[in-house]
Design a protein around this ligand. Structure first.
Ligand code: ZN
Length: 233
């Protein structure tokens, strides 16, 4: 019996070591293909701040982010890898995926899944607001879906994940509530994004409740939260 147990232990140890070696080699194996680097961090249940810490963790110096801009993808399905390929191959954006985070709707990635893009991991500007001055200082969060379409809207899972992410980011970077805006509130953006069915006021109210007393007062009523021009997708 003892000998058998010993064998089992040895076998388990060997399998463990083999597993670690394969895991360690995975990134190198992947690099042999020409596929664009996939956005890295994925979680399926974004409900705890500990998970937010993991989602938002970076190994480079953090940027002094000042705004968070919420988007919809304008597509009924998708995920960070799809958008990354589109932005890289069709839009020819060197850094690929325009947003820092993508929140899935169950079509292309799990409902409420938060995917972290390479731009976040490198702490570099996004390409989502239509204005470079904003791209440099704003975190871009995209919810998969077209919320401008009749009868559409984000899923409950997406809104829950968004709330957790926003709360975490606002606290971490001391971003005032009025600097959490929709894409259509970026001056001269001329877009309907994140769509007329995105529950912006409800989201802001819930965020205000969640952050009560935890943030500085906004220094000024900034000019950027005005819709400018006729909305379009
Ligand atoms: Zn947008």
């Amino acid at each position: 019996m003892y000998v058998r147990e010993k064998h089992v232990k040895i076998l388990a140890a060997v399998m463990g070591v083999a597993g670690i070696v394969i895991f360690a080699l995975l990134p190198f194996i992947k690099k042999k293909h020409d596929a664009p680097p996939a956005p890295v961090t994925k979680i399926t249940d974004a409900k705890l701040s500990g998970e937010m810490f993991d989602v938002c963790k970076v190994n480079v110096p953090e940027k002094d982010w000042q705004y968070i801009i919420v988007h919809h993808s304008g597509t009924k399905e998708g995920n960070a890898a799809n958008f990354d390929a589109y932005h890289k191959n069709k839009k020819k954006w060197r850094h690929g995926l325009a947003y820092h985070f993508v929140i899935g709707n169950g079509n292309g990635s799990a409902d409420g899944e938060i995917e972290t893009g390479p731009r976040w991991e490198k702490q570099i500007h996004g390409a989502h607001s239509g204005r470079m001055d904003f791209n440099r200082i704003s975190i871009g969060v995209c919810l998969v879906g077209n919320f401008e379409k009749q009868g559409s809207g984000p899923t409950q899972g997406q809104m829950e994940s968004l709330q957790h992410l926003l709360k975490y980011l606002c606290k971490r970077y001391n971003i005032a509530l009025d600097k959490v805006i929709g894409h259509n509130q970026v001056q001269k953006s001329q877009t309907a994004c994140p769509g007329k069915n995105f529950p912006f006021n409800k989201m802001k109210f819930a965020l205000a409740e969640a952050l009560k007393g935890e943030l500085r007062e906004s220094e000024s009523q900034q000019e950027h939260n005005e819709t400018d021009g006729s909305p379009r997708i």
